[in-house]
Ligand binder design. Structure first.
Ligand code: FAD
Length: 381
């Protein structure tokens, strides 16, 4: 009987655990270990702040994995020994015949420090009640959404949030007295999707009166004066500041032998195998190079990698073909009025990712809702 450990109960971990359960004999054990006791898709946080749907409605307990023959252990992983295929957790030591690491990302210390100064972390579920209350009170001044650095999760999300909040203010007749601004240190809104998609997104923002500040890296945030100072001299007073932190690998990853020179795990970008036999790594805790930058940190890619790594680990254990990821994927781009565009294509293409923007429509919005529900039901229904 084999025992397989999946570290993390997010997109990558859940996709991997279910694929392993499907491929391994019923007598083999699949255990998911995660600090969190629940799962929701990232964009559900934006629907919450935009007043479209409470986060709780899209949240499911990881405990439900047991219904599908997958063991769930809620514990913090404190160290990983890949060679011994052993992990230390707050619930004891676990050994396995194979491991899939899907531990997500944390925040860069510089971003975490900036967030101490009165900004709300737009990406942190625990910040949502504060954001909701602050939004209720916002009647004038500037709503600033600021990307603090790169990489950050789901490149379109800060811009989607800006557009959804702009729409909410408009519907609630508060827009006239609230200035809406979005800032990014990057030269384009969506560098990963290329110049055309970036221009398209910038146009959607400016046609709604949103000020788009590209090449604006936040240097300091002053809580007293409610002012952001950008590198290069510009500054901006805000009434409500929603910040998007730059991502960093989790400490348990950086201190493990799995970490590459970047601090992230750098597995094979086709098989997701690490340097250690029967140890795979997927999702936001990895750095996957593309011809121009790196694969976006997105649930879509974590899920694809989770499934592929699980198939390959099952093949390591029982024989059969190994499979590979071809770089194809997509990102949703949600726009006001329940419209969704998609950026789809080959993210591994040379000399640059070959991705195209499909114009928005309501059918794609419904497809996005369905995409979420399918995962909640299949993984934790
Ligand atoms: C606002 C927002 C909107 C988004 N929209 C989209 C979208 O539209 N499309 C899309 O594809 N992606 C989207 N994303 C990105 C997506 O949510 C992430 O890329 C995805 O969750 C990554 O999956 P993962 O499995 O790598 O990590 P995660 O889902 O973050 O899971 C990590 C898991 O590891 C556990 N963990 C971490 N450290 C430890 C430890 N030391 N011990 C035990 N457990 C630990 C956590 O508890 C968690 O269960 C969005 C993200 C945000 C924030």
């Amino acid at each position: 009987m084999a025992h397989v450990l999946v570290l993390g109960g997010g997109f990558g971990g859940l996709a991997a655990a279910h694929e392993l359960r499907r491929r391994l004999p019923p007598t083999d054990e699949v255990t998911v270990v995660a600090m969190s006791d629940r799962f929701f898709v990232g964009f559900a946080k934006l629907w919450d702040v935009a007043g479209l749907r409470p986060l709780l409605d899209g949240t499911r307990p990881l405990e439900r994995l047991r219904r599908r023959g997958i063991r769930f252990l809620q514990a913090e992983i404190t160290s990983i020994d890949p060679a011994a295929r052993q992990v230390e957790t707050t619930a004891g030591t676990l050994s396995a015949d194979g491991i899939i690491v899907a531990l997500g990302a944390t925040y860069q210390p510089t971003s975490a420090a900036l967030l101490e100064n009165g900004a709300f972390n737009l990406y942190h579920a625990e910040a949502l009640p504060g954001i909701r209350a602050a939004l209720e009170e916002l009647t004038e001044g500037t709503l600033l959404v600021s990307i603090l650095g790169a990489p950050y999760l789901c490149p379109p999300a800060p811009f989607e949030a800006t557009l959804l909040l702009e729409e909410r203010l408009r519907k609630e007749a508060r827009r006239e007295r609230v200035n809406v601004v979005v800032s990014t240190p990057a030269p384009l809104t969506l560098p990963v999707a290329g110049a055309d998609a970036s221009r398209y997104l910038a146009d959607r923002l400016t046609e709604r009166g949103v000020t788009v500040l590209t090449e604006h890296a936040v240097e300091t945030i002053d809580r007293e004066t409610q002012t952001v100072q950008f590198e290069g001299g510009d500054s901006l007073e805000w009434q409500l500041l929603l910040a998007v932190p730059a991502a960093a690998p989790p400490p348990v990853v950086t201190k493990s032998p799995l970490a590459g020179p970047s601090g992230w795990i750098e597995p094979d970008r086709h098989t997701f195998a690490t340097h250690t036999d029967r140890v795979y790594a997927v999702g936001d805790c990895t750095l996957i190079p593309t011809s121009t930058a790196q694969l976006p940190k997105a649930g879509v890619f974590a899920e694809a990698a989770g499934k592929i790594s699980a198939a390959n680990l099952a093949a390591d254990l029982y024989g059969g073909d190994h499979i590979t990821f071809d770089g194809y994927g997509f990102c949703f781009l949600e726009l006001p009025g329940k419209q969704v565009a998609t950026v789809t294509g080959d993210f591994y293409a040379e000399p640059r990712p070959d991705v195209r923007l499909t114009p928005p429509d309501e059918a794609s919005f419904r497809a996005k809702q369905q995409w979420e529900q399918e995962r909640l039901t299949a993984w934790l229904g």
